[in-house]
Each structure stands twice: as C-alpha cells, then as structure tokens.
Design a protein around this ligand. Sequence first.
Ligand code: PMP
Length: 396
Amino acid sequence: TTSFPSKYKKPECLKSPLETESRLLATGGPANPYNRSFDSLQLPILGMLEDPSIKILFDIQDGIRYVLQTKNEYTLVYHGTGTTGMTGVLDNMIEPGEKVLVGIIGYWATVASNIAKRLGANVIQMEKPHGSRFSLSEIEAALKQHRPNILYLINGESTTGVYQPLEGIGELCYKYDCISIIDVVATVGQQPIKMDENKIDVVYLSSQKGCGGIVGLAPVSFSPRAMRKVRRRQTVPKFYQTDITEQADAWYITMPVEQRNEAFLHSISMSLLYSLREGLANVVEEGIENVWQRHADTHRYIQFRARKLGLEPYVKNPEDRLIGTTIFWAPKGKDAVKIEHYMLEKFNIEISVGLFVDMGKVIRVGLFGSNANRATATVVMDALEFALNSTDTNSE
Ligand code: PMP
C-alpha cells in the first residue's frame, strides 16, 4: 500500500535470486578470468574521481603498455567490447574518402570493412582462403598497387584459427606512408605483439582474453605517428565517446590530475577496471615471457592430443596456427554441434563450433588466459575424446 499504484505485475522470473553453474570456458572467448581478476569484482566500489581510482587508471595503462611491449603515451581503455575498440580506432584514424586496405583472413576483418565503409572510407579488400594468411610480399604488392592511407590486419583470427605475423608489417607501412591498424584481440597476453619493435601504429584488444579479465573493456594504443595523423585531421571523428583526444583528457594523458572535474568524459565502471587491473597484475607477476611460453606449451599439447585422436587441423601450415584458439574439422560421421552439446551436458565444458566460418563442420578449442595450462588442456582433450567416441555425437 503505497501512494504509487501500478497496473503492472512484478515479473515472476525476477522473484528468485540468480544462480549460475560454474563452467570451463574453452571457447573462442571469453575465457574464465584469472582468479585475481574475478575476485576483485567483490571489492568495494570507489568513487571514480578519488586518488586511488585515478591510480588504478595509471596502473592499467602501464599494464597494457607491458603486454603490448610499447612506450606509447596514448594507451588507454574504452568502455565496451573488442568491437568498440575496433570501431573507435577506425573512427579516429579514418577521414571520409580515405583509402583503407583491409586484409581478410576470416570473419572479424569483414566486420572492420563494414565499419570502415560506414565511416565513409574507400575500402579495398584483399582476401585469403580460410585457413591461410598473407605473405609479406603479398602485403607489399597490395600497398604498392593501392597506396592506402591505412592498412588494417588481424593478428589472430579467432574464426579461422589463423595467425598473421607482425614482423615487417610496420616497416612496410613506413615505406608506403600509411598507418597500420592491427586487431590483437586474440593474441595479446598469449603471443608476442612487440608493438614498438614491430613499428605498429594502432592496436585494440579486449579485456576478456589474454588479459584474463571479464568482458566490458577495450584497451587501445596509438603510436606518436598515429597521433600525428589524428592532429592533422580536417574533420572530427564521428563518435564522441571513443574520440582519442577526449579520452586522453579523461585518462590524464593531456589533462593534469588536479583538473579531474574537467577531465570527466563519462561514468567509468570501477569494477570492470579492478578486474582488468588484476588480470594484468597476474600477467605481470608471472612475467609476459612466461605467459607466452605457457600458451605455446598448451598449444603444442593440444596439437599432440589432436594428432592422437586423428583430428585434422583446419589450418594446414603449423606456423600459421593461432596459439590460443585451435580449430579442427569435425571427423567424418560426426556433428560439430552435437560434440559441443555433449561436452557441455556431460562435462560442463564449453567449446565452440564455427562462427560464421564453416559452421557445423569445425570445432574450436580456446585455451588462453587462466585456461592455458597442461591440467586444463588435459581435462578438455579427455572430454573431447569421450565426445568423439560417443554415438550421441554421430551426424545421423
Ligand atoms: N577481433 C577478434 C580477433 C576477436 O576474436 C573478437 C571476439 N572474439 C573481436 C574482434 C570482437 O571482440 P568482442 O566480441 O569483445 O566485441
């Protein structure tokens, strides 16, 4: 009996508290976060303009620089997912009418093409058959022919399991006077990026893969060369919230901490920042070289188990295989979707099937971040062996 009568009934579904089961997430992403990252979600929520909160922003910037191996001052985090990072960096780097050369080795670069077109770019697509990547000479030939303002590539294509090495790419972009934008969502914290050494101009990533955090944040990093292009813009970027110039104030790169009230751009999620900070702290504690090694060892073990099971790798050339997400053809007579269901129902393990690429025909096993270790890989591959031996996973 209040003085605010409502005709609408309480939704039945919200009358009981939420319960979820624990899962081993061995999908293309997200992975189970590092424990430190997950536990930090319980920490008391600070006000976003307090000194301790601002220190967390600086901790995260240093952590991102470390995992990317860069000294870039313009390194900060957007709220949103990897796709927000993709959209934001493209928007900052593209002016309408500029030429963007997009290297397609799977689904995600087609998303980038779509976004670049929406931003008014003249998009030129070069494409490789699924399961393969570009050689440096192919990239150089395309740069020479098209003379783009921007080259966009995916370092790790999680839908095809392909790894596109970064060595030599930056050098080529210097030679042909264009800006490199690289998607490192599926490689950062798993394989070396070496942003400065490889002379890469712009990258974006997400909080939920190799950084060991949870979904919701998209770190980005811009080189001084990329920032020179931003400063020479004749038009402003289309989107306010991911404008690097606005964000640089909010992250105290261009605004002193003393002017914190003027630096305000939008509300920030302290809990998401805690979890990213702690994921990065986990990587720092272990040492990035050891993290790369752990992922490489896990990858080798999965390949070994898959060979024993007679599984055919989707990516033929072992050197072109992404470390953290491995793709196999479902064996003859087996249904990938049924394999996925079987593993979830019987073992509480979630793997992936094809995402826009060879759906229903391939199985994708992602073991990265906290899940990149021999014990977890053994559990997943044992379960997969069971699933393959069961008649429940037969195609008909
Ligand atoms: N790029 C790659 C290579 C990815 O694997 C993903 C997500 N799996 C994305 C971009 C998009 O990230 P998000 O789903 O966080 O938006």
